[in-house]
Structure formats: structure tokens, C-alpha cells
Design a binder for this molecule. Structure first.
Ligand code: ZN
Length: 290
């Protein structure tokens, strides 16, 4: 009797919302105007809803067919720009003491026990250039040295945070002079050729990697959520040997599912796509419904 052809096992469900925070978003001490307060409360909400936090890299591994984990009812967490406030507590000049996102996770573990969210993890997309960080610190923040890199390796070694690539200098308007190849400042859409993309992405990866070794950056997050056609359609897909990036994230406000565009993966942004625990609950329940 001839063997029946074996049917391939069905692929596990993949429908993972990725939530994003900006630790410099502090306009008060309420949920709606403080990403630290929101983050701490959201960890409890995620747990109360019976959802599991997983590392963002797991979402990419699944998408690329490298892993076949059960990711049903999972959530991934990220934060952007890499201020010290991701890792260190600070005293805000107007709004007082602020618990870092890292310590909010530690507080959650102390409160609910390590077994509740054993994979609790945050991916921090940081800006590489020390010069650019210094200009952004003075121009867009308070000039209190909140854009340091000394915490990157500590955070990476903690096992709770992965340090990933948010470009060389964000092509931020506070960075003086033109960027690579005469690039005008203020928009990431200006990254429209090989020289500019190498300077913003590959160079950033090399700089960050040297500081978090043996970790190696593999994820990219588009500054301002701007997705230049050249980077999206050509540079990231075709020059992996140069930049080492496996997937790129933006702000599409839907869960990452099978068939998602690996060079433009969606995330939900705190303070934009949701401003209250009730709104986040609605997002999470909708996104993780199976
Ligand atoms: Zn940014």
C-alpha cells in the first residue's frame, strides 16, 4: 500500500500586537500624559487579560519561519529613541521622580511574581550617534544628559531589554548641518539613496553592536515612522549583508500576522493609538481574539 502523503502541520496562530512607548513623553503624572505611568499600568492590564508578553525578536523569528512557537494571546513591547529614562529613574524638572521602564518591569515582577510573565521583555530602539544624542538632549529635551549610552550594555545583559537600531541620528532637525550626501534634516524620508541609508542604518548598527556585544542588532525602527521607498523596497531587502537587519518596524496600528511586510511591521503607539487603559484593552482584546 502506498504511503499517504503527509499533510503539513498547520502553522501556529500569529496575531501579535506590538506596543510602543516613548519614555520622554512626560507632560504630567497621569496615564494619558506619562508613558511611564501608562507602561506600569499596561503591564498589569496585559497580565489581567491573561495575555503573555514575549520578546519582539520572537515575532520576527515566527514571521521568518525560523520558529514555530505558539504565539496565541501574546503581546510584544518596544520603546523608541533610547533616553536614559528607559533604564534609569530620573527626576523630571517639572513633573518630579519618574520610574524607568526597566524598573516598572522589575516592580511588576516584585508585585506579581516572576512566574506570571516569565518572558517579560522590552525592545529599546536607540539612536547611535553620541553627537546627535547630545544635540537632541539640548534641543528637544532639558539638557540634562538624558541621551547617554552607558546603560545599553547593562540593559542588554539584564535579559529584560534588547537594544536595537533606531538609526544613526534620527535625521533629527536638532542635529546641525546636512546629513550624509548633503541630506536635509528633519525627515527620515530624505534617506533615499545608498550613501544615506548606509550612514543611517548600517553605520548605526556597527556602532551599537560594538557597545552591546555579543548581542547583535537585527531589528530596525523607522524614525518618525517615516518609511522611505528606497529603504523599504531596496536597501533593507537587498543589502542584508551590509546592514544585518532582519525586519523593520513602523506604526501601522494592527497586529503582526502571517504575511506581514517584514520591512514595515506595524506597532501601536502609546498616547496616539490609545490614551487610556480602556482603549488599550479594546485594542488587545480585538488583536488577540482567535
Ligand atoms: Zn524616534
Amino acid at each position: 500500500m502506498a504511503d499517504r502523503p503527509t499533510r503539513p502541520a498547520p502553522l501556529p496562530i500569529m496575531h501579535v500586537p506590538v506596543l510602543t512607548y516613548h519614555a520622554v513623553n512626560i507632560a504630567g503624572n497621569d496615564y494619558a500624559c506619562n508613558d511611564h505611568v501608562a507602561f506600569a499600568e499596561d503591564l498589569r492590564l496585559i497580565d489581567d487579560l491573561g495575555l503573555r508578553v514575549i520578546p519582539l525578536q520572537w515575532v520576527v523569528d515566527q514571521l521568518l519561519g525560523r520558529a514555530q512557537r505558539d504565539l496565541s494571546r501574546c503581546v510584544a513591547l518596544s520603546c523608541d529613541d533610547g533616553p536614559n529614562l528607559d533604564f534609569h529613574d530620573v527626576v523630571h524638572p517639572v513633573h518630579g521622580a519618574q520610574r524607568s521602564l526597566y524598573h516598572c518591569m522589575a516592580d511588576f515582577v516584585a508585585e506579581r511574581g516572576p512566574e506570571r510573565q516569565p518572558l517579560l521583555h522590552l525592545t529599546a530602539f536607540v539612536i547611535a550617534s553620541p553627537d546627535a544624542r547630545a544635540h537632541i538632549d539640548r534641543g528637544a529635551l532639558f539638557g540634562l544628559d538624558w541621551m547617554q549610552e552607558d546603560w545599553w550594555a547593562l540593559a542588554q545583559r539584564s535579559g529584560r531589554i534588547a537594544i536595537e537600531n533606531h538609526s544613526w541620528d534620527h535625521n533629527h532637525a536638532d542635529v546641525p548641518g546636512p546629513g550624509a550626501d548633503g541630506m536635509p534634516r528633519g525627515s527620515f524620508l530624505a534617506v533615499d539613496n545608498r550613501a544615506r541609508a548606509d550612514a543611517e542604518i548600517a553605520e548605526a548598527g556597527r556602532y551599537i553592536d560594538a557597545r552591546v556585544t555579543p548581542h547583535r542588532t537585527r531589528l530596525f525602527c523607522y524614525p518618525f515612522g517615516h518609511i522611505p521607498d528606497y529603504v523599504h523596497r531596496e536597501y533593507l531587502p537587498q543589502h542584508g549583508d551590509v546592514h544585518g537587519i532582519e525586519a523593520a518596524f513602523s506604526d501601522g496600528a494592527c497586529p503582526v500576522g502571517r504575511g506581514a511586510d517584514r520591512w514595515n511591521l506595524p506597532r501601536y503607539i502609546c498616547g496616539w493609538h490609545w490614551k487610556s487603559p480602556q482603549a488599550l484593552q479594546a485594542i488587545l482584546q480585538d488583536a488577540t481574539r482567535t
